[in-house]
Design a protein around this ligand. Structure first.
Ligand SMILES: Cc1ncc(COP(=O)(O)O)c(C=O)c1O
Length: 489
């Protein structure tokens, strides 16, 4: 049932004279307001504020908060986003006074505890990636990409090489070409093979002495591990270029294999995804980068290192040929601390187990859905898979968006739809390791029921929410912030 207290405005709930608290009469003499303020600062009448009792206000805001979906309330299999459960313990630990009460301008000497934590985080990220140089500064995955491309540009500049091209496969995340363009490179897109992998022949055609960086997400956006990655790296390196691994999908390989071992020279993590930080709607994030040792001198500063000759003290150092800062202070520390807690809690074996369970869950769900939403690529996937609603669209006129919207009525957050573009009517599912078999079964059951429903019902879904189908693009770019849309019956 729609909760009216959440969808009515406070001014609509208002009753003259209602108050949250009634104060006792003042026991000090009152001064006429006219004696205290100049006439131009005085209003003729009090402001028309809503008048409400405390429970009305609390219920309004608490109920309003329940109109949103989140990982704390719903299964959230949003492909390419790793919406795994964020343990509440991490929230408590990231709010410890030694972390939140630190002033950003405090000297390194009296924030040794925080520096030790961040240093250990650098070390763990280096170990998991197989790449020893780490900067914790970038504030999101996309920011990490941009920072690493600046590092690459500085490296080639120092070598006296003028390389102009950044190459990436067609299924690359949109942030890859955006970062390359922002860093001043020319973007070159590669067509993939039929089965969704980098086409080595295409790669050879495009890689040359102008190639600065080849960017690749591994596992790729179709949830497949690029088996030819050592050969890809060999081709790029032979031309003098660098290989960038977009680490947004590290959830599938952490503890199993490492970008540094399969040919990557640089990578970013999305700490908020892989190592649990509550995220969505653009933040908050943390996108540390890891690089090979010969690139470490170009990293943004400061980096944290053990003070020479004293392995219990930590200091801040700016690498010799640093590209400079890309973010204030040490990066998004709150998210880094949550990631640190995640890694410390799981330990090396647990990190690997998390990746294995993410893969198991994705393959289980892929199999459950295969009769209604088949996947075009690969018999098995890693942590996510891209199914296609093209068959349903052709036979029944139901499209991916209809299914996604109807899932909201069933109490599930929809998967990513219409991405990657290389799959028609794409629906990209990433269940993550934190979901139980029972949840995956219930989700599959919901999809099987949905695809049996009348096309008309699906076309008008969601039927139970206060907002139904906003215009996808303009709803975020030019939001119409009136209440009428939400109060319609
Ligand atoms: C493959 C890939 N690369 C890069 C990014 C960008 O990361 P962020 O959103 O942290 O900037 C994402 C985010 O969804 C992604 O999926």
């Amino acid at each position: 049932m729609r909760n009216r207290q959440a969808t009515q405005l406070l001014s609509e709930l208002s009753h003259g004279g209602r108050r949250a608290a009634v104060f006792p009469p003042s026991d000090v003499p009152e001064w006429p307001i006219e004696d205290l303020l100049p006439p131009e600062a005085l209003s003729a009448a009090p402001p028309a504020l809503p008048e409400l009792a405390e429970p009305d206000v609390v219920r309004h805001f608490v109920n309003l908060s329940t109109l949103n979906m989140s990982v704390d309330t719903h299964f959230y299999p949003l492909g390419s986003c790793t919406m795994k459960y964020n343990p509440k313990r991490h929230e408590r630990l990231s709010r410890l006074p030694g972390i939140v009460d630190v002033h950003p301008h405090q000297s390194a000497q009296n924030i040794q505890g925080l520096l030790e934590l961040l240093y250990e985080m650098q070390e763990m990220l280096a170990e998991i990636s197989g790449l020893p140089g780490v900067s914790l500064q970038p504030a999101a995955g996309a920011h990490g990409e941009l920072t690493a491309l600046y590092v690459a540009a500085a490296y080639f500049r120092a070598k006296g090489e003028h390389r102009t091209k950044v190459i990436f496969p067609a299924s690359a995340h949109g942030t890859n070409p955006a970062s390359a363009a922002m860093a001043g490179f020319e973007c070159v897109e590669l067509k993939e093979t039929e089965d969704g992998f980098v086409d080595l022949e295409q790669l050879k055609l495009h890689v040359d002495d102008q190639t600065a960086v080849f960017m690749i997400t591994n596992p790729n956006t179709l949830g497949l591990f690029e088996r030819d990655i050592p050969e890809i790296a060999r081709i790029v390196h032979a031309a003098g270029g660098l290989v960038y691994i977009d680490g947004a999908n590290m959830n599938a390989i952490m503890g199993i294999t490492r970008p540094g071992d399969f040919g990557g020279d640089m990578m970013h993590y999305n700490v908020h995804k892989t190592f649990t930080g509550p995220h969505g709607a653009g933040g908050p994030g943390s996108g540390p980068i890891c690089v090979r040792d010969f690139l470490a001198e170009y990293l943004p500063g400061p980096v944290i290192r053990v003070r020479p000759g004293d392995d219990r003290r930590f200091e801040l150092v700016t690498p010799t040929h640093s590209i400079g800062r890309v973010r204030s202070f040490f990066g998004n520390v709150g998210i880094l601390v949550r990631g640190y807690c995640y890694l410390r809690t799981l330990g090396a074996a647990g990190v690997r187990a998390a990746a294995e369970h993410a893969i198991l869950n994705a393959n289980y769900l892929k199999e459950l859905l295969s009769d209604v939403l088949p996947s075009a690529h690969g018999e098995h996937c890693l942590h996510e898979f891209v199914a296609s609603a093209a068959g349903l669209a052709k036979e029944r006129g139901i499209n991916a968006m209809d299914i996604a919207k109807r899932l909201l009525d069933y109490g599930f957050h929809p998967p990513t739809v219409y991405f990657p573009l290389v799959v028609p009517h794409a629906m990209m599912f990433e269940p993550t390791e934190t979901e139980s078999k029972a949840t995956l079964d219930a989700f599959s059951e919901a999809i099987h029921q949905i695809v049996q429903e009348e096309t008309e019902t699906l076309r008008s879904a969601p039927l139970t929410l206060s907002v139904s189908r906003p215009e996808e693009v303009n709803a975020t770019r030019k939001p119409v912030l009136t209440w009428t849309a939400c109060t319609k019956e």
